[in-house]
Design a protein around this ligand. Sequence first.
Ligand code: ADP
Ligand code: MG
Length: 314
Amino acid sequence: MLTLTVVATKGGVGKTTLAANIGGLLRDLGFRVLLVDADVQPALTRYFKLASQAPCGITHMVMSNNLDADCISAVELPPEDFTREPGRYPPLGQLDIVCSDTSDGKLQDWLSNRLDRLVRLRMSIKTPAVAARYDFVIIDTQGAIGHLQDTAVNAADLLIAPASPDVISAREFIAGTVALLERIESSTNMGFTVPAMKAIINRAEKTVDSRSMAFLIRDQFLTMQGRVTVLDTMVNSAVAFRKAATSRVPVHWIDPQRAGVVMHQLLWELIPSLRGRRAPTMQGVEIPIGVPSELAAVATASESVSERPQHAHS
Ligand SMILES: Nc1ncnc2c1ncn2[C@@H]1O[C@H](COP(=O)(O)OP(=O)(O)O)[C@@H](O)[C@H]1O
Ligand SMILES: [Mg+2]
């Protein structure tokens, strides 16, 4: 079981969008996926239609230190009112969600008094029972600093950090990420390590801006303690993402040719062992492996600098 936490110190950069769409794609690849909404303002909770709403959510899960059946809501895919090409979207894999139910801040307050707050979410997810039931856990977080974000970061095997493709945002991204890593690191003397972070440039508009953003982040490799790498796959700004959210389905259903292709490439780069696996809904669509050669050249140039520190931390 692999746990991915989507994190960014900024709001509106695409955390929830990526969490929902990576989850939806993994489900279509036949995997059993658990989404966890660790944002105090429920967003992932509202992305998909629920087949049934569980009586509890993240508050009970974290406080009881256990993923009870009572905390798990099932996602309805396709949703009843999704009428496009009936029969093309068969039930595949499994997609469940632990909903956010802590908008009153109760869970955050509770965590603030706990000595084990940093490992609390990890303890409820990294159990044999959860591992037997799910292949992937994807945790969405809020854009603000807090105990819930910290415990979600610590629960991860891999951190996914969407970033906006302009230079101001890049600086913000670097400062915010360094602060986040340092904060977690300062509490990791107890023996756990900060997971590796993969940054994803999301809502790319102009390639030049996006590329300079990627450069800037790669350039800060050492400042960011060698833990952040930028994926070569960039996600363009596309209306399909909004349409998908409106229809409450993954974006590769709405726009297989473009958004579907990029989501596959992104997933393959994120988890290389999945390379070549395709959602059945992508029939007839060609998905090139790899990235445009100019980007690949950038990646190779930065790798020679980045190799040693990366190994030092692994
Ligand atoms: N690649 C994209 N192209 C177009 N719109 C996007 C893209 N990614 C996210 N969005 C839109 O941006 C808004 C904010 O995204 P969201 O995932 O909610 O961000 P966050 O969770 O980081 O606050 C949403 O309306 C979403 O549909
Ligand atoms: Mg969000």
